[in-house]
Design a protein around this ligand. Structure first.
Ligand code: GRG
Length: 322
């Protein structure tokens, strides 16, 4: 039972649960070569916040709690969301491994340790990212014997949502916009180089690059736990605002944060002359925008009568220092 815990303890409990599920879900030799198993674990268990899988579980929890079920049904409902929690963290970790490559952001530190390509070389780092991404769908699609009747429909819907969020319409598309915006692509007149308003371009890039997976994390938890369409729509709105708040804070932390706290290099956005919330709006206005987005996230929950930890997660996202 996690409903009576303080928020920090709640996060710790959820992280332990997610880490145990990830550990159990990862391939091990002889099912795969030892090196790829090691490289996948290296980046996955490097101390990430686990925001996305925590969102998945918190959304599932909000759904099961809205039904006022007994403890056993509550735990069973939550367990249905655990594969999606693992899947979004696997995909998120893959994106970090690839983002840090010399061909992209070329970063040497992530989650407080040397990046995967520094330790394993570029080839293995690319393959570890590929394997993390692919394995996410193994975990999501795997059938368990104890799932309720009709669950396959929910599972398919969750798979489609996660795939869309990770692909060309979501994270991959956002990363392309990011590369195009820094002007580093070989083509002079790139169609993805946006000349319109800075604000609209910035928003689109973030909605795709980080917002889509954050929204998918929360929505799949809602779907798998059996939430109705009102709950799914409300959580979708909540997580879309939350994703924006998260990204604004990420941009602020890149200016003001401490590299040791962040576990990655700070000041990279300014060095790369990237368009960010502080560069477009200034720091003070960016803080106001983050707070407004978090408030809008909380309001979205109220419309569906969803309680639980999602509102506290919105507060955490804007008050975090890493
Ligand atoms: C390579 C397809 C591909 C995509 C990369 C998400 C992404 C796209 C790149 C990450 C670069 C970056 C720093 C984006 C800003 C927001 C972000 C995703 C920060 C890292 O997420 P956290 O703070 O990290 O949740 P932890 O380590 O705590 O999980």
């Amino acid at each position: 039972m996690t409903s009576s815990l303080g928020f920090d303890r709640y996060l710790q409990t959820r992280r332990a649960e997610i880490d145990a599920a990830l550990e159990a879900a990862l391939p091990i030799p002889p099912d795969c070569p030892p090196l790829i198993a090691e490289a996948m674990r290296y980046s996955l268990f490097a101390g990430g916040k686990r925001l996305r899988p925590i969102l998945t579980l918190a959304a599932a929890e909000a759904v099961v709690d809205s039904r006022h079920t007994d403890g056993r049904s509550r735990d069973a409902g939550m367990a249905l969301a655990l594969p999606a929690a693992c899947a979004v963290e696997l995909i998120h970790t893959y994106s970090l491994v690839h983002d840090d490559l010399p061909a992209m952001d070329d970063d040497g530190v992530r989650r407080g340790r040397a990046t995967a390509h520094v330790v394993y070389g570029e080839g293995v780092a690319i393959l570890a990212g590929d394997a993390l991404l692919t394995h996410a769908f193994v975990v999501l699609a795997r059938r368990r014997s104890d799932t309720p009747p009709g669950f396959d429909q929910r599972r398919l819907r969750a798979i489609a949502r996660v795939a869309e969020a990770a692909g060309a319409a979501g994270m991959v598309g956002g990363q392309v916009l990011d590369l195009a915006a820094t002007g580093t692509l070989p083509r002079g007149e790139d169609p993805d180089r946006r000349d319109g308003s800075d604000e609209a371009a910035l928003r689109e890039m973030h909605e795709r690059k980080t917002g889509a997976l954050i929204a998918a994390a929360a929505v799949t938890g809602t779907i798998l736990a059996g939430g109705d369409e009102t709950a799914v729509a409300a959580v979708d709105r909540y997580a879309t605002h939350l994703g924006l708040a998260f990204q604004i804070v990420d941009d602020i932390l890149d200016v003001e944060g401490d590299a040791a706290d962040l576990g990655k290099s700070a000041g990279k956005d300014a060095d790369a002359r990237k368009r960010t919330y502080p560069s477009v709006h200034g720091l003070d206005r960016s803080r106001v925008l983050a707070a407004e987005a978090a408030a809008a996230a909380r309001e979205a929950l109220a419309t569906a009568g969803l309680a639980g930890r999602l509102a506290e997660i919105a507060d955490w996202v804007v008050s975090r220092s890493r």
